[in-house]
Design a protein around this ligand. Sequence first.
Ligand SMILES: [Mg+2]
Length: 190
Amino acid sequence: MTPQETKTPSESLALALGGIRAILMDADGTLTDGGIYLDDAGAEFKRYDVRDGFALSMWHRAGGKSAVITGRKGLALTHRMGELHIGAVEQGAADKVAALDRVTARLGVTRKECVFVGDDLPDLAVMRMVGVAVAVADSPREILAVAAITTSARGGHGAVRELIELILRAQGKWDGLVAKYASNTPTIIS
Ligand SMILES: [Mg+2]
C-alpha cells in the first residue's frame, strides 16, 4: 500500500472515527521522523512534514480540535505548534496521562472523543485511554498491539496527514473540503 491509498476502516472503527472531535499527537517520532540534530552550541533542529501541517489546517477548518503531548521541550516545537494553531501543547510531560486530562479539560472534549497518535512506549498508557489509538507505521510492536489504526506512513512522513484524511472521510467532510480547494477557496497556509 502506498501512502496515497486510504484504508477502509471497519464499521465499528468508522463509527468511532465519526465521533472524534480532537486529534492528540506525540511530537518526536510522530510529527517528526524522530531525528534530533544538534549543532556545536547544542541547538536542536527537527524536520516537520508540510503535508501534516496542511492537513491539520484542514482539520481545524472542519471544526476539529488538536493538541500535542510530548515528553521533550523545545522552542522549535513551540514555534511550529504556534504556526499550526495547535489548541493545547503539553511539553515536558513526564506523566502523559496527567497531560491528557489537562488537554481534554482545556479543549472541552472527553477521552472517547479523542484520537491519540504516537510512536513509542511513553505513548502507550495514553493510547489505551482514548477513543481511537493510532500508531505510526514504524512504531515498535507494543505500540502496534494497542493501536486500532496503523498508518501506512512513518512518523514525520505524512502519518498525521493520512490519519486526518481517514477521519474526515469517516465524518463525510473530506470531499467537500477538497472541492473548496479545487475551486480555489480558501487559501490556507500550512
Ligand atoms: Mg515519540
